[in-house]
Design a protein around this ligand. Structure first.
Ligand SMILES: *[C@@H]1O[C@H](CO)[C@@H](O)[C@H](O)[C@H]1NC(C)=O
Ligand SMILES: *[C@@H]1O[C@H](CO)[C@@H](O)[C@H](O)[C@H]1NC(C)=O
Ligand SMILES: *[C@@H]1O[C@H](CO)[C@@H](O)[C@H](O)[C@H]1NC(C)=O
Ligand SMILES: *[C@@H]1O[C@H](CO)[C@@H](O)[C@H](O)[C@H]1NC(C)=O
Ligand SMILES: *[C@@H]1O[C@H](CO)[C@@H](O)[C@H](O)[C@H]1NC(C)=O
Length: 508
């Protein structure tokens, strides 16, 4: 009963509090019973849940009702998916901010299906490339699992989608999608072009994309946590990194380039290891092996991301494909030295070289890194500004709210392309917050409790900006190449000067 009174209180009718507890409880219980009855009879009045009905009357300044994860027997009411969450989205504000520019890539990623639309046949053909299929019908989520993915990536991705439905209750349209939660590209352009253009490519969601692939880019699982390696949900990690970055001013940080990670996932990472400090040569680079097995055994003492902001420069290098580390690296207020990536995630295409990061080519990267560090130490104002701008991008544009808004718009635009009415596939099972989180233990459970959306948003999603003109995309690609060339030119001039000096010295 206390809980019900508390809910009432939260709804902002605290002035009634004195006479509340019992009357409110009786009222609420009868309301719930009537509601349940009407619902059972499928009488449509019950579109809005009782809690929302109350909140409507006190619209202006109410606190939002909070529905945390509750796995007790009573809360579940004998069901896997209890009905305990308000099911109507009623924003108080009509805020119409425009979403950040990186949202414009949504149109680009869906372009492939603009004319054909997405048919059930395409979904059928994509199944073999997916770990699971996720269908939303009337706000309920159904999942059909095809393959066992790596770690708990898929679970946290489904979790993220469930949170989106809690944030924008009733606003996420019906849809039917395939998700691949591995690293490698699945749907290659070359298989659907030229003489191969006999069938349309299946739409498959994935965490990253590349020039060669047609996969649809979706925020990765780490935004809700990476339990296997103790990386908290993004909101908490970001604020921890922010604090970590404040501990040491840029000038007081080590004047070298830092990287810590697992080098054994990719050839080019092993190649990077050659740039590490030796007793013979110093490339201004300090590299550290992150042995996750060892870190797990030792309780993750040495792997905290917020403790990795004590170098002026931080290296970003891709893993097997993209790496989730990008956002953590950029958030440190250090200048990011980005080894030319081949893959992008949903926000990274809008990062601009020499504005948000310093570009490093793949070949001869040790030399590039050494030059970048020396340049930065000589031009500390500019290096700091690049570091700051990169962090600002992450801290201000990559908020969790924007991550949800991105998901919302991507799914919304995607659903507009569907040529069929999504229905629950026969083998799919309903999932909900409780069915996913209640069986979890340890960090998995903790991160879910941490990242759960407790109440519907009080404002609508930001407004999706229009697509980029094709020329604008070309110009941005061009600009990136130009900047990289510029940096190489500076480096050449510099090394020529060095060589000349050496030659001079040998002449004297
Ligand atoms: C969970 O729900 C039950 C039944 O509604 C309630 O008694 C209990 O206080 C709730 N627990 C939490 C942590 O909200
Ligand atoms: C057609 O697809 C095959 C198989 O992936 C590929 O090897 C070939 O290069 C493609 N053809 C063209 C013209 O792109
Ligand atoms: C790089 O060099 C430093 C200093 O010698 C050393 O502590 C570190 O373990 C080396 N890193 C790798 C990945 O070998
Ligand atoms: C990582 O640590 C584990 C346990 O301490 C050890 O057995 C393993 O050899 C280490 N791996 C590497 C690549 O150093
Ligand atoms: C940095 O400054 C030193 C001393 O002025 C100079 O010798 C060196 O060439 C500069 N390096 C770069 C990359 O600007």
């Amino acid at each position: 009963m206390g809980e019900h009174a508390k809910v009432f209180h939260k709804l902002g009718i605290g002035r009634l509090h004195g006479l509340l507890s019992t009357t409110a409880f009786v009222f609420l219980v009868s309301f719930v019973l009537i509601a349940a009855f009407l619902n059972w009879m499928q009488i449509p009045i019950i579109q809005s849940s009782p809690l929302i009905y109350i909140s409507r009357n006190t619209k202006k300044h109410h606190e939002r009702v909070q529905v945390p994860l509750n796995c007790t027997h009573a809360a579940l009411q004998g069901r896997k998916c209890p009905k305990n969450y308000p099911n109507l989205f009623e924003p108080e504000e009509s805020s119409t901010e425009t979403c950040p520019d990186y949202f414009r890539w949504i149109h680009h990623d869906l372009q492939q299906w603009k004319t054909t639309g997405i048919t059930e046949d395409m979904i059928e053909r994509g199944k073999s490339s997916a770990h699971f299929r996720l269908v939303i019908v009337g706000g309920n989520v159904y999942v059909e699992k095809y393959k066992r993915p790596f770690q708990s990536r898929d679970v946290f991705t489904k979790w993220g989608i469930l949170q989106l439905l809690r944030l924008y209750t009733g606003k996420v349209p019906d849809l039917d999608l395939l998700f691949f939660s591995g690293d490698e590209a699945k749907i290659m352009k070359r298989d659907y072009q030229g003489p191969n253009a006999t069938v349309a490519p299946p739409p498959v969601f994935r965490y990253c994309g590349s020039e060669e692939a047609l996969d649809i880019v979706f925020p990765d699982w780490t935004f809700w946590g990476w339990a296997e390696v103790n990386i908290m949900p993004w909101e908490d990690t970001l604020s921890a990194i922010k604090k970590g970055a404040e501990r040491l001013k840029w000038e007081d940080r080590e004047p070298y380039a830092f990287w810590k990670g697992n080098p054994y996932v990719a050839e080019h990472r092993l190649d990077l290891m050659k740039c590490n400090l030796t007793d013979k040569f110093d490339w201004n680079v300090r590299l550290f092996h992150q042995n996750w097995t060892k870190a797990t055994q030792e309780g993750f003492k040495g792997s905290k991301l917020e403790d990795q902001c004590h170098y002026r420069y931080k290296i970003y290098t891709e893993g097997a494909t993209w790496s989730v580390s990008e956002k953590y690296i950029l958030a440190c207020d250090s200048m990011t030295l980005m080894i030319k990536p081949e893959y992008y995630d949903f926000f990274s295409r809008s990062l601009v070289p020499l504005q948000h990061y310093w570009p490093i080519r793949r070949k001869d990267k040790c030399r590039g890194l050494k030059f970048a560090v020396e340049w930065g130490n000589n031009h500390s104002q500019r290096a700091q500004a690049i570091g700051k701008a990169g962090s600002k991008f992450i801290q201000e544009l990559l908020t969790m709210r924007n991550v949800y808004d991105y998901m919302y718009h991507l799914l919304n635009e995607y659903s507009k392309l569907l040529k069929f009415k999504p229905t629950k596939p026969p083998k799919a099972r309903r999932i909900c917050v409780e069915s996913l989180a209640c069986p979890q233990k340890d960090l998995w459970r903790k991160f879910m409790e941490q990242s759960i959306v407790k109440s519907p948003s009080n404002k609508p999603p930001c407004e999706l900006p229009p697509p980029y003109e094709p020329q604008a995309i070309q110009a941005s690609v061009h600009n990136k190449e130009k900047m990289a060339k510029q940096v190489e030119k500076w480096e050449t001039v510099y090394s020529n000067k060095l060589n000349n000096k050496k030659r001079w010295r040998s002449l004297i």
